[in-house]
Design a binder for this molecule. Structure first.
Ligand code: PBG
Length: 322
């Protein structure tokens, strides 16, 4: 034998010299769930170890993230039932929970990048990402309010808005309004290839946002489709997206690589709530090594082509590698 591949695996020193993929604090977007109230830190039943925070306690969490070197958060709010309606009116309230959350984060850590979820589902009495009429999700009426929502987040100080709704044409609508209103520097991270996935279950528990009827298959993508992910992503870039996203993570790494090879904007991947829950459950049972599995999965997501990863494991990962 002239070639022995194991030479490059002899010990950790040589392995680290030839290693191709690294995880660092720079890789992460930290999803955060915010609720009304004071001194609230509620564990999410289907996401053990993950919490909803009221704004006062959110401050401490933000300080901790910043001290760990984590530089970006992705904000989600749990909206009280009495504020929900079909049009998601509360979503554009300048004094709404999201708008206050943005200001709270910026007060505590002005340099920390604030990204906000833009979609109607937490605000919708139907739990859908769009306005409902006669059992259908209306596209163009929804994109108009989503653009208003993006503007409202920008006015509150968001650095990036992150539309997760999958309506057609929403990026164009948002970009145009942001430009018209002078928010030239507010970025758009588009959930461009977002699949109708069963892995979002725990997230919908976290925000109490499960659809009241039907499912999301008329707007989110069919998990069977690959070419369509490219089409969606290229259109979002044409419409003005600065960063594109594939979601969920682990089951869709082929899509991540396809997109990475096709586009020249940064690609984000969302390791979603169901992926978190599976690892937590198996680890609780003693069936998987929690820490090893999270690092392996995050490395795999990055190796597939992710430039950044939204992950509920961000804090764990950063502590493990430090
Ligand atoms: C809502 C939204 C969802 C997620 C992010 N934004 C759920 C959905 O589309 O039903 C899922 C995130 C996760 O599961 O971690 N537009």
């Amino acid at each position: 034998m002239l070639r022995r591949n194991r030479r490059l695996r002899t010990n950790e020193s040589i392995r680290s010299l030839v290693r191709e993929t690294f995880i660092s604090p720079n890789d992460f977007l930290v999803p955060l769930f915010v609720v009304e109230g004071k001194q609230v830190k509620e564990e999410i039943a289907s996401m053990p170890g993950y919490y909803r925070y009221s704004l006062d306690l959110l401050k401490q969490e933000i300080k901790e993230l910043w001290s760990l070197g984590l530089k970006s958060v992705l904000l989600f709010v749990k909206v009280p039932d009495k504020l929900k309606d079909n049009a998601g009116t509360e979503a554009i309230n300048p004094e709404g929970l999201m708008q206050r959350a943005i200001k709270t984060v910026k007060d505590v850590a002005p340099e920390l990048l604030v990204m906000t979820d833009v979609a109607l589902d937490p605000y919708s009495s139907y739990g859908h990402d769009g306005i409902v009429n006669d059992g259908k999700i209306l596209n163009d009426d929804t994109t108009a309010i989503l653009a208003e929502m993006a503007l409202s987040h920008a006015q509150a100080g968001a650095d990036f808005v992150a539309p997760s709704d999958m309506m057609d044409g929403r990026i164009f609508e948002m970009r145009t309004l942001l430009e018209d209103e002078g928010y030239h520097d507010t970025g758009i991270m588009s959930y461009s290839a977002k699949y109708a996935s069963a892995f979002y279950g725990p997230f919908r528990d976290a925000l109490d946002s499960a659809p009241g009827f039907g499912d999301k298959k008329t707007y989110q993508m069919d998990p069977a489709n690959r070419d369509e992910a490219i089409k969606e992503t290229l259109m979002d870039i044409e419409e003005g997206a600065d960063i594109v996203m594939v979601k969920p993570g682990l089951c869709y790494l082929d899509i991540v690589r396809d997109i990475k090879n096709t586009v020249n904007v940064p690609v984000a991947v969302y390791q979603v709530s169901g992926e978190y829950a599976m690892i937590k459950a198996a680890a609780e049972k003693g069936w998987l090594d929690h820490d090893a599995v999270i690092l392996e999965q995050l490395t795999a997501i990055k190796r597939a082509g992710a430039n950044m990863i939204a992950s509920y494991f961000a804090k764990d990962a950063v502590k493990l590698i430090s």
